[in-house]
Write a protein that binds this ligand. Structure first.
Ligand SMILES: [Zn+2]
Ligand SMILES: [Zn+2]
Length: 366
């Protein structure tokens, strides 16, 4: 997989200096606060949590990590690996992240569903064949289950501005060109010029999905780009399939493609619900610097990210876990389905313990 995305900075890969916040005067996004954009996977990250660090009064990053680990019981932690020292070239080797505790998450006043605005809307962008259309349908099912909110697929929109695609495109930089793909699309313009202008009234988040390759800012490519405040994001599925790399399909490639698509969906939508990159466990909310690192991360949310989402949306965790197990089994994601069976068993005990501690369960008096 090394040829897919260099694990260390190389030609066309942005230097870590990208962590510097963009200057406030930056052209067309000057009207946005500098920290509303977040790019993922092979890119840079600008987070809205820096203010929460000061507000939460929780101490140093190491202290916050220790507090989070101490707050999560052994049983809840079972099945998740704590984040150790990153490998050279991994996301956390290149980018420093501020740990987002539950307290910091709440203080960040994340986007939350309301009575009238609670649908996850997937927006196909540009042409898709039958197989790709089915993948988007499966992503819709997954979004409905993962976030326990209504989800729908909107009618496809062309990738063009004023009837012209040229306003959005450039040639993929040489050295990053594979297979038959030679053109890529400007993810920032897609957010600004297409999605932000068409945000449906019922959408809590509005997510563009395309089979075209994307770039943003000075990055050679991005898998996805999202905006915290405006509730819009866009992902490309192009690099998840062997055709992009000029390779022939083999057994399991379809399942891998769907697995990656589901990961990018829960990760990017997770950002839009205010979750920052997870630095506590190996978790779908980990930052990722390459497709190889993405593939190493689990599809699941760790105990902390799960609790953030549960606090935000207020779902029945058991019902959600059971539906996720069934989704993974239906789509031949056997390892994920098996993992979820174990989680469901553990969750019964965890939920009972939580209920006792919260005083919401009936227990005999001593
Ligand atoms: Zn991310
Ligand atoms: Zn996590």
């Amino acid at each position: 997989m090394d040829e897919i995305a260099p694990a260390a900075p190389g030609p066309g890969v942005p230097p870590p200096a990208m962590l510097t916040p963009p200057a406030p005067h930056r052209g067309r996004r000057g009207w946005l606060a500098w920290l509303v954009y977040v790019t993922c996977f092979g890119g840079a990250i600008y987070f809205a949590i820096h203010g929460a660090r000061a507000l939460s009064g929780e101490g140093s990053d190491d202290e916050v990590k220790a507090q989070v680990y101490a707050s999560i019981g052994k049983l809840d932690e079972t099945g998740f690996a704590r984040m150790g020292k990153p490998e050279p070239g991994d996301w956390l080797d290149r980018f420093q992240e501020t740990p987002q505790s539950m307290g910091r998450y709440r203080l960040s006043t994340p986007v939350r569903p309301t009575k009238d605005r609670r649908t996850v809307v997937l927006q196909p962008l540009g042409p898709m064949n039958e197989e790709q259309t089915k993948v988007v349908e499966a992503m819709r099912d997954y979004a409905e289950i993962f976030f326990q909110l209504p989800a729908r697929v909107a009618d496809s929109l062309p990738l063009e501005i004023g009837g012209k695609s040229e306003a959005l495109t450039r040639k993929i930089p040489l050295g990053n060109r594979h297979g038959t793909y030679d053109t890529q699309y400007d993810a920032e313009k897609i957010l600004d010029e297409i999605l932000a202008k068409k945000l449906p009234d019922d959408a809590v988040v509005y997510l563009g999905v395309t089979m075209q390759d994307l770039w943003a800012d000075n990055l050679n490519f991005v898998f996805g780009l999202g905006s915290f405040g405006r509730r819009v994001g866009v992902y490309s599925l192009a690099r998840y399939y062997p055709e992009f790399w000029g390779k022939v399909r083999k057994d399991g490639d379809e399942i891998m493609g769907l697995r990656r698509s589901c990961k990018v969906l829960n990760h990017e939508a997770g950002h839009m619900f205010g979750l920052s990159h997870c630095v506590f466990y190996h978790c779908s909310m980990n930052g990722s610097n390459s497709l190889a690192e993405t593939d190493r991360a689990p599809i699941h949310f760790c105990p902390l990210c799960h609790r953030k989402l549960q606090w935000n949306i207020g779902f029945d965790a058991n019902k959600r876990y059971e539906a996720l197990r069934d989704f993974y089994a239906k789509h031949e994601m056997a390892e994920e389905a098996e993992w979820m069976k174990g989680r469901i068993e553990r969750w019964k005990e965890i939920a009972t313990k939580d209920a006792i501690e919260n005083g919401t369960a009936i227990v005999p008096e001593e």
